[in-house]
Ligand binder design. Structure first.
Ligand SMILES: *Cc1c(COP(=O)(O)O)cnc(C)c1O
Length: 395
C-alpha cells in the first residue's frame, strides 16, 4: 500500500527519463508526451539550456531570504515588465498562490484608495484557479469544494462569457452582477481545466470596457496559457491591457514557479509586509525562469509556436472531418489545444496511452494536448497518426 495520501487517481505507470517530447517508462517503453506535466514542461523534458542553468546555479546559490536583494529576481521581473502590460511582478511558487496574490492585490487596491467596500470578485462558472481555499471558492466547482467549508466569501459567479452566439446577453449577466461591492472580474483567458474554452477577443474587449466603465479591475488568469499560444500572453491578440495577471505552470519549464503581474496603479497598496513567500523568487527558481525566457525570446520562437499550433489545429480538424462521430470539436490557440469528443474522453485517453501517447482530461468531455513548444512537425504528425488510429479503433 502506498504511504502517499490518496488524493490522485494515478495511472499504473512511472517514468525514469524524459527527453524533449518523449517520456521513457521504467520498462523502457517510449511515450509521446503531450501532457508535459500539465502544460508545465514548456520546453519539453530536460531542455539542454535549463539543465545547464540548474547545474551551474546549484553550485552558486540556491536560496536566500527575500529580506535581501536577489539580482536574478530583479532581472526576471524587469524582463517580464519590459515585455508586457505590467509594471511590477511578485514571485510565488505555484499557480494557486499567484491567483491568491491577485485576489489580495485587487482588494488591497480598493482599500488603499478609500473604497474598502469594494472587495468582491466576479468569477466564471467552470473556472479553475487552484486548490488553496480562496482560489477553490473563487472557482466554486462543487467537485472541488465539497467538504471544505465554510465557504470563503467574496466571489460572485456568472456564466462563461462569449460561449455561444448570445455573447451580448451574457455580458448583460456580468453587467448585472456588478454592484457597489465589486472590485474585479477574474477570468481565465483560455479556460484550461474547463475544457480549453477560449474567451474570444471581442469578449475580452467587452470585459475591459465594462471594467473601465465601472472602475473595477480585470484579472486574467494565464497560469496555464502564458507563453503557450504563440503570443507571450493569450490576451494579447485582443489588444487590451488587464490590471493583474497571475502566471505559473510553463514559466518555470518544470521547476515550481509562479508570479503575479500588476500595473503601477493597482500596486499602490502592496507595501513592505503586505505579502510574502519564503520560497517565492529564490535564486534557483529565478535562474530557471530567466533561462526559459532566453528561449522564448529567441528570434521567431513564438512565431514558430503560432505556426506549429496552426498546423496541429488544421491536422486535428482534418481528423475531425474524417471521424465526425468521434470528434465533435477542435478548440484552442497555439499549442494549447483541446479535442472535444463524442465518445468517452477517459476511454479515448486510455486507448491513446495503449498507443504510447499521453494526453490530459478536461471538462466537457475534452482531451487536452500540450506538446512542448520545441515540438517538431514529425512529432505532431506522430500524434495525429495515433489519434487517427484510436478514432478508427473506436468507430
Ligand atoms: C493549474 C492552474 C492553477 C493552479 O496552479 P497550481 O500550480 O496547481 O497551484 C490556477 N489557474 C489556472 C488557470 C490553472 O490552469
Amino acid at each position: 500500500m502506498s504511504s502517499v495520501l490518496g488524493t490522485y487517481a494515478r495511472k499504473p505507470i512511472s517514468f525514469k527519463e524524459g527527453k524533449g517530447s518523449y517520456l521513457f517508462a521504467e520498462n523502457g517503453e517510449k511515450y509521446l508526451d503531450f501532457v508535459q506535466g500539465i502544460a508545465t514542461n514548456i520546453l519539453g523534458h530536460c531542455h539542454e539550456h535549463l539543465v545547464k542553468t540548474i547545474q551551474e546555479q546549484s553550485k552558486k546559490l540556491w536560496h536566500v531570504s527575500n529580506a535581501f536583494i536577489i539580482p536574478d529576481q530583479e532581472r526576471l521581473a524587469k524582463r517580464l515588465t519590459d515585455n508586457t502590460f505590467a509594471d511590477f511582478v511578485c514571485f510565488q511558487n505555484s499557480g494557486t498562490e499567484a491567483t491568491e496574490a491577485s485576489i489580495k492585490i485587487a482588494r488591497k487596491y480598493f482599500h488603499k484608495i478609500g473604497k474598502p467596500e469594494k472587495n468582491r470578485i466576479i468569477t466564471i462558472k467552470g473556472a479553475f484557479h487552484g486548490r488553496t481555499l480562496a482560489a477553490l471558492f473563487a472557482a466554486n466547482n462543487p467537485k472541488h469544494t465539497e467538504g471544505f467549508g465554510p465557504k470563503v466569501d467574496g466571489f460572485d459567479q456568472v456564466p462563461f462569457p462569449g460561449s455561444s452566439n448570445t455573447s451580448n446577453s451574457e455580458h448583460t449577466t456580468i453587467k448585472k452582477a456588478i454592484n457597489k461591492n465589486t472590485a474585479a472580474i477574474m477570468v481565465e483567458t483560455i479556460m484550461g481545466e474547463g475544457g480549453i474554452k477560449v474567451v474570444p477577443d471581442f469578449c475580452l474587449k467587452g470585459l475591459r470596457e465594462l471594467c473601465d466603465e465601472h472602475e473595477i479591475l480585470l484579472i486574467l488568469d494565464e497560469v496555464q496559457s502564458a507563453y503557450r499560444t504563440g503570443n507571450f500572453f493569450a490576451f494579447e491578440t485582443s489588444g487590451i491591457k488587464p490590471d493583474i495577471v497571475p502566471i505559473a505552470k510553463g514559466i518555470g519549464g518544470g521547476f515550481p514557479l509562479g508570479a503575479c503581474l500588476v500595473t503601477k496603479k493597482v500596486s499602490v497598496g502592496m507595501t513592505p509586509g503586505t505579502h510574502g513567500s519564503t520560497f517565492g523568487g529564490n535564486p534557483l527558481a529565478m535562474a530557471v525562469g530567466n533561462a526559459v525566457l532566453d528561449i522564448i525570446f529567441e528570434k521567431n520562437f513564438l512565431q514558430n509556436v503560432r505556426q506549429k499550433g496552426k498546423y496541429f489545429h488544421e491536422e486535428l480538424s482534418k481528423v475531425k472531418e474524417k471521424y465526425p462521430k468521434i470528434i465533435s470539436e477542435v478548440r484552442g490557440v497555439g499549442l494549447m489545444l483541446g479535442v472535444r469528443l463524442s465518445v468517452d474522453n477517459g476511454e479515448f485517453m486510455k486507448k491513446l496511452m495503449d498507443n504510447k501517447m499521453l494526453t490530459v482530461k478536461a471538462e466537457e468531455n475534452v482531451i487536452r494536448l500540450f506538446p512542448p513548444l520545441i515540438v517538431n512537425h514529425n512529432e505532431l504528425d506522430e500524434g495525429i497518426k495515433k489519434i487517427k488510429k484510436v478514432c478508427e479503433e473506436m468507430s
